[in-house]
Ligand binder design. Structure first.
Ligand code: AMP
Length: 505
């Protein structure tokens, strides 16, 4: 089982199908893309790399990303994609921990990275030379062989290397077709989010289906560029974190655009608030699907289908909009106590996942592996509850829970309510240490452009809808929330800010 075989079979049967676009320019058809992957594989093998070796990709989104993913797999190597926003020293730590032998970089991101073998700028003649030599035969891989070493964002401590095998990613890819979306060759996945993460992982089902791949010329997220690609290329499919979806919706509203150029927008990776998905559906139309997953079970835990999002007549539609949907087909999902005992329906506990997408373990970290995967069940660290129909609703990660005066408060619930207040664009709720209550609820609020928020109005929406003890004791109005490269709000930074303030006092 080799993921690169999915590219080879499409290239053999349909060599002339358009495969890879640089902006709106077609670069390679499937025949040429597979030929480049095979030649890259040949060059890497000829230069001494052997199956199982790791290759770091520390670069911005670029058409070469796709060539390298499949070229490395073709040669039996494992890729180590590194978040392009990391500091050179952080990437260096990952390259060392992964014991990577080679690296590919873009000069803007990876200049200075050291590896024992070669570190190649993909825009240099050296890279071009690697793509012109003799092709290698496709290397046979076992299902449990490593394909992708995925470093977690590591907001607490050092990142961990999640070992994803060919079987994990093959299962993820096949699952896309049944739980997320059908793909036809004319569809075009557009990489508007980092390819080192979910967006790159979703290349796999789109290669399986022989669809088109589009890397925006900017190499990053620019709403105007994406809408323009929607007009020139059409049938765009993209994976986006909720904050990115929000920026697309803002842009569409400001410029009177609709979602016509997009076929499907898959959102996930962080909570999508009910008000935000309602607005996204209103402005961009019926193009959304939600997934919930994590690096340790990439893109596959639950999904909330397009049909469910649109089924407004269903008596539990409101609850379902706030949920992350049903277990995806190849996995079992349950909610358990800390010992792994299943909790009754409706009770909040830790979300556990078992199935063929669950990682093989953490690279060189048997202790962390034993803590995360017990008897095949992945302990996700996410808190949630299951309803009688099998819909999972996430609360918060256990470390984000606020305990005030002995009561548990789920920030997500408070955030959903505050977003209903006039003039609020974004909000993030955290706990701040408090001598009397242990912790108190603090809300960071970003006003909509040109508007002011009135804390009395914020209090009023809370009093109307949630228990008094859940109401924030303090509101901090900020221009923006700290976010990582994937668009996730960094609650650790918000909490740290409050701790620093308390110390100064
Ligand atoms: P990562 O491993 O960086 O992809 O982060 C995974 C984490 O993001 C999960 O454990 C959840 O806490 C969060 N997450 C992923 N998908 C969703 C979703 N659809 N809704 C809410 N949180 C999500």
């Amino acid at each position: 089982m080799n993921l690169a075989n999915t590219l080879r079979r499409i290239a053999l049967a349909h060599p002339g199908r358009p495969a890879l676009y640089d902006g709106d320019q077609l670069r390679h058809d499937y025949g040429a893309l597979a030929a480049r992957a095979a030649r890259l594989a040949g060059a890497l093998r000829a230069q001494g790399l052997v199956p199982g070796d790791r290759v770091v990709l520390f670069m911005r989104n670029h058409p070469a990303y796709l060539e390298l993913m499949y070229g490395c797999w073709w040669a039996g190597l494992a890729i180590v994609p590194v978040n392009a926003k990391l500091h050179l020293q952080e990437a260096q730590w990952i390259a060392g921990h992964a014991q990577a032998s080679w690296a590919f970089i873009t000069a803007d991101v990876g200049t200075g990275l050291q590896v024992p073998g070669r570190c190649i700028d993909i825009e240099s003649p050296d890279y071009a030379a690697l793509c012109t030599g003799a092709a290698a035969p496709l290397e046979a891989r076992r299902p449990d062989d490593l394909a992708w070493l995925f470093y977690t964002s590591g907001t607490t401590g050092r990142p961990k290397g999640v070992m994803l095998t060919h079987r994990n990613l093959m299962t993820m890819g096949l699952t896309y077709f049944i739980d997320v979306d059908a793909i036809v060759p004319d569809d075009a996945i557009v990489y508007g989010a980092p390819m080192s993460h979910g967006a790159g992982i979703y290349a796999i089902p789109h290669v399986m289906a022989g669809a088109r791949h589009v890397v925006p010329a900017s190499g990053s997220f620019d709403p105007a560029e994406l809408f323009a690609l929607g007009r020139s290329i059409g049938r765009l499919c993209m994976f986006a974190a909720p904050t990115i979806v929000k920026r697309l919706v803002d842009h569409a509203e400001a410029h009177g655009l609709d979602g016509g150029g997009f076929k499907t927008i898959v959102y996930g990776g962080a909570p999508m608030y009910v008000e935000d998905i309602k607005r996204a559906l209103r402005v961009l139309g019926p193009r959304f699907v939600q997934i919930y997953g994590q690096g340790e079970t990439p893109m596959v835990a639950t999904a909330l289908s397009r049909a469910t999002l649109l089924d407004t007549a269903h008596p539990r539609h409101a609850e379902r909009l706030a949920s992350v949907g049903l277990a995806q087909t190849p996995v079992e999902v349950r909610v358990a106590d800390t010992e792994g005992r299943t909790l009754p329906l409706g009770e909040v506990g830790e979300v556990l996942v078992r199935g063929d997408t669950v990682m093989a373990g953490y690279w060189r970290d048997p202790e962390a592996t034993a803590a995360a995967v017990r008897e095949g069940w992945l302990f996700t660290g996410d808190m949630g509850s299951m309803d009688a129909d099998g819909f999972l609703t996430l609360k918060d990660r256990s470390k984000d829970l606020v305990i005030s005066g002995g009561s548990n408060i789920y920030p997500r619930e408070v955030e959903e309510v505050l977003l209903l207040a006039p003039g609020v664009a974004e909000v993030s709720v955290v706990g701040a240490p408090d001598p009397e209550w242990g912790e108190v609820v603090v809300a960071f609020v970003v006003p909509q452009a040109g508007q002011a928020v009135d804390t009395a109005a914020l209090d009023a929406v809370c009093l109307e809808r949630i228990a008094r003890f859940k109401r924030p004791k303090r509101y901090v109005v900020v221009e923006a929330l700290p976010k990582n490269n994937y668009g996730k709000v960094l609650k650790t930074e918000l909490r740290q800010r409050l701790k620093d303030e308390a110390l100064r006092r």
